[in-house]
Write a protein that binds this ligand. Structure first.
Ligand code: UDP
Length: 242
């Protein structure tokens, strides 16, 4: 155990699929996976319990890749299976770093990974294992951001750490609007009222209803994960008490 005290005892870390692709945008970038594993390992050493929801956008997104070509729910199931590939890869690389980890999936692919089971997941977390939740919510028409809010509520996480390709919540897309302003803190209500695209409205509402703060930051420097865990003010804090 390290001498550093985590601000949050149990966290749900959401890693988008695209973030796992590094600069390539698609597939898996192993140097990125290794630096994420290193960062997660340093978080585990603080005694924090870590659940991870992985996205699948580096392989397939239901609407973006399938719209007009495939029936929506089928396309969404493909997206969920993409998250399973990412989950297995993240688990493997964590184990390569000596970090005990397990994958649970919302869709039944039990030869590849365990089916999601909340009680077991919590027990693993208490034992110090990292639990990776794949296949999102198991339902089409949802996103992995919403699955992150759902799993966070189910496991009783103290915070959702949203590791993105962007370093926080802005009032406009900084890629398109150079004067876009980043928020240090913002309420769920304002995120919803302004229609800010940091995460979808369903995910924001679920986090709000269950009083789970959401910390949005850039995964580009994976050491940010631990900085946020220790309470350093980087990125954007989304909550009620702003
Ligand atoms: N998906 C779904 N239900 C869920 C989570 C994900 O149908 O509960 C599908 C959906 O098609 C989505 C894809 O899986 O586009 C990949 O997830 P997401 O786009 O959230 O991944 P990310 O953008 O975080 O990489």
């Amino acid at each position: 155990m390290s001498l550093e005290t985590p601000k949050y005892k149990r966290i749900l870390l959401k890693i988008s699929g695209e973030a796992l692709a590094g600069d390539q945008k698609t597939g898996l970038d192993f140097p990125t996976l290794h630096s994420v594993a290193e960062a997660v390992g340093s978080c585990v050493k603080t005694g924090a319990q870590i659940g991870i929801v992985v996205g699948g956008g580096n392989f397939w997104r239901g609407v973006k890749n399938g719209e007009g070509k495939l029936e929506r729910t089928r396309s969404d199931y493909m997206g969920m299976l993409a998250t399973a590939m990412n989950g297995l890869a993240v688990c493997d690389v964590l184990e390569q770093h000596g970090i005990p980890a397990v994958v649970q999936t919302a869709l039944d692919i039990s030869r590849a990974a365990e089916p999601f089971d909340r009680t077991r997941a919590v027990r693993y977390l208490e034992e110090g294992r990292v639990v990776i939740f794949s296949c999102g919510s198991g339902c089409p028409y949802f996103s992995t951001d919403t699955a992150a809010a759902l799993r966070a509520a189910e496991i009783g996480a103290d915070a959702i750490l949203l590791a993105k390709n962007i370093d926080g919540v802005y009032d406009a897309d900084p890629a398109k609007v150079p004067t876009a302003k980043k928020f240090d803190r913002i309420s769920y209500d304002e995120v919803l009222a302004r229609g800010l695209g940091v995460m979808d409205a369903t995910a924001t509402a679920l986090a709000m209803d269950n009083h789970i703060p959401v910390l949005v930051f850039a995964l580009k420097d994976p050491a940010n994960i631990k900085r946020v865990l220790l309470g350093e003010r980087i990125g954007t804090y989304v909550g009620t008490d702003v």
